[in-house]
Design a protein around this ligand. Structure first.
Ligand code: TXA
Ligand code: MG
Length: 327
């Protein structure tokens, strides 16, 4: 067990980050693991602590538009409008980077992902220390933390973390790549593509949307956000399906899929809020807590809840699951 059994204060967090130690910090989306962009060894430590592959770049957090501009080599007018309206908030913009930004942060890419978090604790750190790189504070591939206790459990007190309470939004920011007038959505979030599109059209822009190529979205792996035990999704299955029937269905799954993970009892039905924004807020917490008594989690899900406001939640659930069974 590590030494950080209690939350650290904002003051302690600043001292630790200045001295090169990554610190867990709350944002309105999820908790991040923060290091100064000026501290290369500390940035390296983030990758080591998380077990994150070097090819997966980090988001750089900024206090405002001015700080963001100092990190970019091109700032198209579209970026101005988006920041003025959506920042601080859950929108990350990917733009061409300044050459001085170390290659580890951006995994050698010539772009940088920028986000201005809407959280007083994170803002207090940014105002004092300048730009801070922070991926979600989970171990690589695992469920993101939305409370101090999640970060504590993830690393057994090895990693210091400030307690900012529950994250109000609960899932990660929307990531938008801006290439002049061409936009691509690299990660869906609570700010939807439709909202961005109509916002820009109302201001006289006519953005052209492109599907992201894998090279531009290195972190969008198929498996991600994975809870401690395997999760099976039953898409469009009748809700009254008995648990015994569920284990029969699982037996019929293609061998290579079901053998990747060990599916064992007790089978626990995952319960999530019925309203999309509440569901987003509690999603990761429920995935963690309902895993505790379970050998395997299963979730009934309706096709209708894969679009619109549900899209970013469905994106996380699909990746968190070991298998989606189409009933
Ligand atoms: O809400 C959030 O965005 C949270 C909080 C802590 O701010 N952060 C977060 O970071 O979700 P992380 O590292 O878990 O996810 C960042 C994603 C990764 O999939 C990464 O590949 C992508 O952003 N990314 C970062 N820089 C990029 C770049 N230059 N080009 C394309 N994708 C980039
Ligand atoms: Mg993450």
């Amino acid at each position: 067990m590590g030494p950080f059994h209690r939350p650290v204060s904002i003051r302690e967090a600043k001292i630790l980050i200045r001295s090169g130690e990554p610190v867990g910090l709350p944002t309105e989306t999820v908790y991040g693991l923060a290091a100064s962009v000026f501290h290369q060894t500390s940035i390296k430590k983030i990758f080591e602590i998380k077990g994150r592959p070097w090819f997966d770049p980090l988001i750089v957090h900024v206090s405002d538009k001015l700080m963001a501009k100092a990190l970019t080599s091109d700032w198209p007018p579209i970026a101005d409008f988006l920041c003025d309206h959506f920042w601080p908030g859950p929108l990350t913009l990917v733009l061409p980077k300044r050459s001085w930004i170390g290659p580890i942060v951006t995994s050698g890419q010539d772009t940088v992902a920028l986000r201005c978090p809407n959280h007083p604790i994170f803002q207090a750190v940014l105002k004092d220390l300048g730009p801070v790189a922070a991926p979600s504070a989970n171990r690589f591939g695992k469920t993101s933390p939305t409370r101090w206790s999640h970060v504590y459990e993830e690393y057994g007190g090895e990693v210091p973390c400030v307690d900012g309470g529950e994250c109000s939004l609960g899932i990660e920011s929307t990531i938008l790549c801006v290439d002049g007038k061409t936009l691509s959505l690299l990660r869906p979030g609570l700010i939807s593509r439709e909202e961005l599109d109509s916002f820009l059209k109302n201001r006289g822009f006519c953005p052209s949307w492109e599907e992201p190529s894998e090279i531009f979205a290195p972190g969008s792996l198929k498996k991600h956000y994975q809870p401690p035990v395997p999760l099976i999704i039953l898409l469009n299955a009748p809700q009254d399906l008995e648990t015994s029937r569920i284990s029969e269905i699982i037996k019929d799954l293609p061998v290579e899929k079901s053998s990747e993970v060990q599916l064992k009892p007790p089978w626990v039905k995952l319960n999530l809020p019925e309203e999309p924004f509440l569901c987003a807020r509690y999603l990761y917490h429920e995935l963690r807590t309902q895993s505790k008594p379970a050998g395997t989690l299963f979730l009934f899900w309706d096709q209708k809840k894969t679009e619109g406001d549900w899209l970013p939640i469905w994106d996380r659930l699909k990746k968190a699951s070991s298998f989606v069974y189409h009933y």
